[in-house]
Design a protein around this ligand. Structure first.
Ligand SMILES: NC(=O)c1ccc[n+]([C@@H]2O[C@H](COP(=O)([O-])OP(=O)(O)OC[C@H]3O[C@@H](n4cnc5c(N)ncnc54)[C@H](OP(=O)(O)O)[C@@H]3O)[C@@H](O)[C@H]2O)c1
Length: 296
Protein backbone atom coordinates (compact mmCIF):
# COMPACT_ATOMS: atom_id res chain seq x y z
CA UNK A 1 0.00 0.00 0.00
CA UNK A 2 1.26 3.46 -0.92
CA UNK A 3 1.11 4.88 2.64
CA UNK A 4 3.25 1.96 3.94
CA UNK A 5 5.95 2.89 1.40
CA UNK A 6 5.92 6.50 2.55
CA UNK A 7 6.03 5.32 6.14
CA UNK A 8 9.31 3.47 5.41
CA UNK A 9 10.81 5.80 2.85
CA UNK A 10 10.84 8.93 5.00
CA UNK A 11 12.85 7.49 7.92
CA UNK A 12 15.26 5.80 5.47
CA UNK A 13 15.70 9.08 3.62
CA UNK A 14 16.36 10.82 6.93
CA UNK A 15 18.97 8.19 7.98
CA UNK A 16 20.61 8.44 4.53
CA UNK A 17 20.81 12.22 4.66
CA UNK A 18 22.13 12.18 8.24
CA UNK A 19 24.83 9.62 7.36
CA UNK A 20 25.85 11.64 4.28
CA UNK A 21 26.06 14.77 6.42
CA UNK A 22 28.23 13.02 9.06
CA UNK A 23 30.56 11.53 6.43
CA UNK A 24 30.96 14.89 4.68
CA UNK A 25 31.65 16.53 8.05
CA UNK A 26 34.39 14.03 9.00
CA UNK A 27 35.98 13.58 5.60
CA UNK A 28 35.69 17.08 4.14
CA UNK A 29 34.79 19.74 6.70
CA UNK A 30 37.01 18.67 9.64
CA UNK A 31 40.24 18.34 7.57
CA UNK A 32 39.44 21.59 5.73
CA UNK A 33 38.95 23.34 9.07
CA UNK A 34 42.12 21.85 10.65
CA UNK A 35 44.57 21.93 7.77
CA UNK A 36 43.42 25.07 5.99
CA UNK A 37 41.40 27.46 8.17
CA UNK A 38 43.28 26.68 11.43
CA UNK A 39 46.61 27.14 9.66
CA UNK A 40 45.68 30.77 8.93
CA UNK A 41 43.50 31.70 11.91
CA UNK A 42 45.15 31.19 15.29
CA UNK A 43 42.55 30.17 17.87
CA UNK A 44 44.93 30.20 20.84
CA UNK A 45 47.35 32.99 21.71
CA UNK A 46 49.75 30.90 23.79
CA UNK A 47 51.41 33.94 25.35
CA UNK A 48 48.14 35.10 26.87
CA UNK A 49 47.90 31.86 28.89
CA UNK A 50 51.01 32.34 31.01
CA UNK A 51 54.79 32.50 30.80
CA UNK A 52 56.06 28.92 30.57
CA UNK A 53 55.59 25.84 28.39
CA UNK A 54 56.63 22.49 29.88
CA UNK A 55 57.58 19.75 27.42
CA UNK A 56 58.42 16.16 28.40
CA UNK A 57 60.79 14.10 26.25
CA UNK A 58 62.03 17.39 24.88
CA UNK A 59 65.49 16.73 23.49
CA UNK A 60 64.61 14.92 20.27
CA UNK A 61 61.89 14.32 17.70
CA UNK A 62 58.47 15.76 18.34
CA UNK A 63 59.17 17.06 21.84
CA UNK A 64 62.12 19.12 20.72
CA UNK A 65 60.10 20.58 17.83
CA UNK A 66 57.18 21.43 20.14
CA UNK A 67 59.57 23.19 22.52
CA UNK A 68 61.03 25.20 19.62
CA UNK A 69 57.60 26.05 18.18
CA UNK A 70 56.32 27.26 21.56
CA UNK A 71 59.48 29.32 22.10
CA UNK A 72 58.84 30.82 18.67
CA UNK A 73 55.34 31.76 19.90
CA UNK A 74 56.93 33.75 22.74
CA UNK A 75 56.89 31.31 25.68
CA UNK A 76 59.77 30.47 28.00
CA UNK A 77 60.45 26.75 28.04
CA UNK A 78 60.97 23.98 30.59
CA UNK A 79 62.61 20.95 28.96
CA UNK A 80 62.25 17.68 30.86
CA UNK A 81 64.16 14.72 29.51
CA UNK A 82 66.59 11.92 30.28
CA UNK A 83 70.00 12.87 28.96
CA UNK A 84 71.73 15.88 30.55
CA UNK A 85 73.99 16.41 27.53
CA UNK A 86 71.05 16.54 25.11
CA UNK A 87 69.16 18.85 27.47
CA UNK A 88 72.08 21.29 27.51
CA UNK A 89 72.31 21.21 23.71
CA UNK A 90 68.53 21.72 23.20
CA UNK A 91 68.58 24.58 25.71
CA UNK A 92 71.41 26.35 23.88
CA UNK A 93 69.66 25.95 20.53
CA UNK A 94 66.43 27.53 21.82
CA UNK A 95 68.24 30.41 23.51
CA UNK A 96 70.24 31.08 20.36
CA UNK A 97 67.32 30.78 17.92
CA UNK A 98 64.49 32.40 19.90
CA UNK A 99 66.13 34.35 22.77
CA UNK A 100 63.79 32.80 25.37
CA UNK A 101 64.57 31.68 28.93
CA UNK A 102 65.00 27.91 29.16
CA UNK A 103 65.01 25.75 32.29
CA UNK A 104 66.06 22.12 32.14
CA UNK A 105 65.05 19.25 34.41
CA UNK A 106 66.83 15.95 34.04
CA UNK A 107 64.49 13.04 34.80
CA UNK A 108 63.95 9.48 33.66
CA UNK A 109 60.23 8.77 33.28
CA UNK A 110 60.85 5.04 33.69
CA UNK A 111 61.16 5.89 37.40
CA UNK A 112 58.13 6.95 39.42
CA UNK A 113 60.00 8.72 42.23
CA UNK A 114 60.87 11.77 40.10
CA UNK A 115 57.64 13.71 40.51
CA UNK A 116 58.25 15.34 43.92
CA UNK A 117 61.48 16.79 42.54
CA UNK A 118 59.76 17.97 39.32
CA UNK A 119 57.00 19.54 41.42
CA UNK A 120 59.58 21.49 43.44
CA UNK A 121 61.34 22.65 40.27
CA UNK A 122 58.04 23.85 38.76
CA UNK A 123 56.67 25.46 41.91
CA UNK A 124 55.67 29.10 41.50
CA UNK A 125 55.97 29.02 37.71
CA UNK A 126 53.12 30.45 35.65
CA UNK A 127 52.59 27.51 33.27
CA UNK A 128 50.62 28.17 30.09
CA UNK A 129 51.17 24.89 28.24
CA UNK A 130 52.07 21.31 29.12
CA UNK A 131 53.01 18.95 26.30
CA UNK A 132 52.86 15.36 27.54
CA UNK A 133 55.08 14.08 24.77
CA UNK A 134 57.52 11.60 26.31
CA UNK A 135 57.03 8.10 24.96
CA UNK A 136 58.90 4.90 24.27
CA UNK A 137 58.38 2.18 21.68
CA UNK A 138 58.16 -1.54 22.36
CA UNK A 139 60.09 -4.49 20.97
CA UNK A 140 58.62 -5.04 17.49
CA UNK A 141 57.51 -8.67 17.80
CA UNK A 142 54.51 -10.94 18.30
CA UNK A 143 53.47 -10.73 21.95
CA UNK A 144 54.71 -14.21 22.86
CA UNK A 145 58.13 -13.45 21.37
CA UNK A 146 58.95 -10.47 23.59
CA UNK A 147 61.70 -11.79 25.90
CA UNK A 148 61.29 -9.80 29.12
CA UNK A 149 57.72 -8.61 28.80
CA UNK A 150 57.25 -7.93 32.52
CA UNK A 151 60.03 -5.36 32.73
CA UNK A 152 59.28 -3.86 29.31
CA UNK A 153 55.56 -3.49 30.10
CA UNK A 154 56.36 -1.71 33.37
CA UNK A 155 58.69 0.72 31.58
CA UNK A 156 56.13 1.33 28.81
CA UNK A 157 53.39 2.03 31.34
CA UNK A 158 55.57 4.37 33.39
CA UNK A 159 56.87 6.36 30.43
CA UNK A 160 53.75 6.42 28.22
CA UNK A 161 50.93 6.46 30.78
CA UNK A 162 52.01 7.30 34.34
CA UNK A 163 53.96 10.36 33.12
CA UNK A 164 50.79 11.80 31.54
CA UNK A 165 48.78 11.41 34.74
CA UNK A 166 51.48 12.65 37.10
CA UNK A 167 52.52 15.65 34.99
CA UNK A 168 48.87 16.62 34.45
CA UNK A 169 48.27 16.44 38.21
CA UNK A 170 51.23 18.78 38.76
CA UNK A 171 50.07 21.55 36.40
CA UNK A 172 46.27 21.29 36.09
CA UNK A 173 45.23 22.66 39.53
CA UNK A 174 46.90 26.03 38.86
CA UNK A 175 45.51 26.16 35.31
CA UNK A 176 42.00 25.56 36.64
CA UNK A 177 42.54 28.28 39.24
CA UNK A 178 43.58 30.71 36.48
CA UNK A 179 40.79 29.51 34.20
CA UNK A 180 43.20 29.05 31.29
CA UNK A 181 45.90 26.77 29.95
CA UNK A 182 46.60 24.09 27.37
CA UNK A 183 47.51 20.44 27.90
CA UNK A 184 48.54 18.51 24.79
CA UNK A 185 48.66 14.73 25.14
CA UNK A 186 50.52 12.83 22.44
CA UNK A 187 48.77 9.59 21.59
CA UNK A 188 49.21 7.70 18.30
CA UNK A 189 47.17 6.61 15.30
CA UNK A 190 47.93 3.09 16.53
CA UNK A 191 45.59 3.70 19.47
CA UNK A 192 42.70 2.67 17.26
CA UNK A 193 44.28 0.81 14.33
CA UNK A 194 44.92 -2.92 14.48
CA UNK A 195 48.54 -3.69 13.62
CA UNK A 196 50.64 -6.83 13.97
CA UNK A 197 53.82 -7.23 16.03
CA UNK A 198 53.05 -4.12 18.01
CA UNK A 199 50.67 -4.93 20.82
CA UNK A 200 51.47 -3.22 24.14
CA UNK A 201 52.47 0.22 22.79
CA UNK A 202 49.09 0.85 21.06
CA UNK A 203 47.30 -0.05 24.30
CA UNK A 204 49.34 2.57 26.19
CA UNK A 205 48.32 5.12 23.57
CA UNK A 206 44.63 4.14 23.84
CA UNK A 207 45.06 4.85 27.55
CA UNK A 208 46.33 8.36 26.74
CA UNK A 209 43.39 9.06 24.41
CA UNK A 210 40.78 7.71 26.83
CA UNK A 211 42.25 9.56 29.84
CA UNK A 212 42.25 12.80 27.83
CA UNK A 213 38.60 12.31 26.80
CA UNK A 214 37.42 11.76 30.37
CA UNK A 215 39.48 14.62 31.78
CA UNK A 216 38.21 16.96 29.04
CA UNK A 217 34.62 16.12 29.92
CA UNK A 218 35.24 16.57 33.62
CA UNK A 219 36.99 19.91 33.11
CA UNK A 220 34.77 21.22 30.30
CA UNK A 221 33.87 24.44 32.12
CA UNK A 222 37.35 25.07 33.58
CA UNK A 223 38.72 27.05 30.60
CA UNK A 224 41.60 24.59 30.05
CA UNK A 225 42.09 23.10 26.58
CA UNK A 226 42.94 19.40 26.72
CA UNK A 227 43.97 18.26 23.26
CA UNK A 228 44.91 14.81 22.02
CA UNK A 229 47.17 14.49 19.02
CA UNK A 230 47.30 11.04 17.43
CA UNK A 231 50.08 11.19 14.82
CA UNK A 232 50.92 8.66 12.17
CA UNK A 233 54.57 7.99 11.27
CA UNK A 234 57.08 10.75 12.01
CA UNK A 235 60.76 10.42 11.04
CA UNK A 236 62.33 10.31 14.50
CA UNK A 237 64.60 8.07 16.54
CA UNK A 238 61.50 6.17 17.69
CA UNK A 239 60.37 5.38 14.15
CA UNK A 240 63.86 4.15 13.28
CA UNK A 241 63.58 1.65 16.13
CA UNK A 242 60.80 -0.07 14.16
CA UNK A 243 63.09 -0.57 11.16
CA UNK A 244 64.97 -3.85 10.92
CA UNK A 245 68.69 -3.54 11.91
CA UNK A 246 69.79 -3.48 8.26
CA UNK A 247 66.78 -2.00 6.46
CA UNK A 248 66.49 -2.62 2.72
CA UNK A 249 66.20 0.29 0.29
CA UNK A 250 62.52 -0.51 -0.26
CA UNK A 251 61.83 -0.60 3.51
CA UNK A 252 63.42 2.85 3.90
CA UNK A 253 61.54 4.18 0.86
CA UNK A 254 58.26 2.86 2.25
CA UNK A 255 58.88 4.52 5.62
CA UNK A 256 59.68 7.81 3.88
CA UNK A 257 56.58 7.65 1.75
CA UNK A 258 54.25 7.32 4.74
CA UNK A 259 56.06 9.52 7.25
CA UNK A 260 56.66 13.23 7.78
CA UNK A 261 59.52 15.15 9.36
CA UNK A 262 59.00 16.25 12.99
CA UNK A 263 59.29 19.96 12.06
CA UNK A 264 56.60 19.57 9.39
CA UNK A 265 54.36 17.67 11.80
CA UNK A 266 54.59 20.24 14.57
CA UNK A 267 54.16 23.21 12.22
CA UNK A 268 50.68 21.85 11.35
CA UNK A 269 49.77 20.26 14.68
CA UNK A 270 50.39 23.33 16.82
CA UNK A 271 47.83 25.31 14.81
CA UNK A 272 45.13 22.67 15.36
CA UNK A 273 45.20 23.22 19.13
CA UNK A 274 41.84 24.51 20.29
CA UNK A 275 40.08 23.66 17.01
CA UNK A 276 39.34 19.96 17.62
CA UNK A 277 39.64 17.96 20.86
CA UNK A 278 41.36 15.10 19.04
CA UNK A 279 43.03 14.93 15.66
CA UNK A 280 45.87 13.43 13.62
CA UNK A 281 47.76 16.73 13.52
CA UNK A 282 48.95 16.53 9.91
CA UNK A 283 47.00 16.25 6.62
CA UNK A 284 49.13 13.36 5.35
CA UNK A 285 48.36 11.41 8.52
CA UNK A 286 44.66 12.20 8.14
CA UNK A 287 44.58 10.68 4.65
CA UNK A 288 46.65 7.61 5.61
CA UNK A 289 44.46 6.89 8.65
CA UNK A 290 41.30 7.23 6.56
CA UNK A 291 42.65 4.73 4.02
CA UNK A 292 43.84 2.32 6.73
CA UNK A 293 40.43 2.40 8.41
CA UNK A 294 38.82 1.44 5.12
CA UNK A 295 41.27 -1.44 4.56
CA UNK A 296 41.83 -2.88 8.08
N1 LIG B 1 57.69 8.90 15.76
C1 LIG B 1 56.50 8.46 15.43
O1 LIG B 1 56.28 7.92 14.32
C2 LIG B 1 55.35 8.60 16.40
C3 LIG B 1 54.06 8.31 15.94
C4 LIG B 1 52.99 8.44 16.81
C5 LIG B 1 53.19 8.88 18.09
N2 LIG B 1 54.45 9.17 18.52
C6 LIG B 1 54.60 9.64 19.90
O2 LIG B 1 55.24 10.89 19.89
C7 LIG B 1 55.98 11.09 21.09
C8 LIG B 1 57.40 11.51 20.74
O3 LIG B 1 57.99 10.49 19.96
P1 LIG B 1 59.29 10.74 19.08
O4 LIG B 1 59.13 9.89 17.88
O5 LIG B 1 59.55 12.19 18.95
O6 LIG B 1 60.38 10.05 20.02
P2 LIG B 1 61.98 10.19 20.02
O7 LIG B 1 62.48 10.83 18.79
O8 LIG B 1 62.46 8.84 20.39
O9 LIG B 1 62.24 11.21 21.22
C9 LIG B 1 61.84 10.87 22.51
C10 LIG B 1 62.24 11.93 23.48
O10 LIG B 1 61.85 11.50 24.78
C11 LIG B 1 63.00 11.34 25.61
N3 LIG B 1 62.83 10.14 26.41
C12 LIG B 1 62.66 8.88 25.99
N4 LIG B 1 62.53 8.05 27.03
C13 LIG B 1 62.63 8.82 28.14
C14 LIG B 1 62.59 8.56 29.53
N5 LIG B 1 62.45 7.33 30.00
N6 LIG B 1 62.70 9.60 30.38
C15 LIG B 1 62.88 10.83 29.94
N7 LIG B 1 62.93 11.16 28.64
C16 LIG B 1 62.82 10.16 27.75
C17 LIG B 1 64.16 11.18 24.65
O11 LIG B 1 65.36 11.51 25.30
P3 LIG B 1 66.71 10.64 25.00
O12 LIG B 1 67.06 10.99 23.59
O13 LIG B 1 67.65 11.09 26.02
O14 LIG B 1 66.28 9.19 25.12
C18 LIG B 1 63.75 12.14 23.55
O15 LIG B 1 63.99 13.47 23.93
C19 LIG B 1 55.90 9.76 21.84
O16 LIG B 1 54.90 9.84 22.83
C20 LIG B 1 55.48 8.78 20.77
O17 LIG B 1 54.80 7.67 21.31
C21 LIG B 1 55.54 9.05 17.70
Amino acid sequence: MWYMDTYLTLPLLFVGLLSTFLIIKQVVWVPFKLYFIAQHVKKIQFKSLGRWAVVTGATDGLGKEFARALANRGLDIVLISRSQEKLNAAKQEIIQDFQRTVKIIQADFMDTDIYDRIEKELSGMDIAVLVNNVGMAQTFSPFLGIPNIGKEAEELLNVNCVSVIRMTKLVLPRMVEKGKGVIVNISSCLSDINAENINVYPATKSFVSRFSKSLRKEQRSAGVTIQTLAPGMIRTKMLNSFLTPQPTESEIAQHRQFSVLPEAYVSYAINTIGWEDECDGHPKHFIIRLLLKLIL
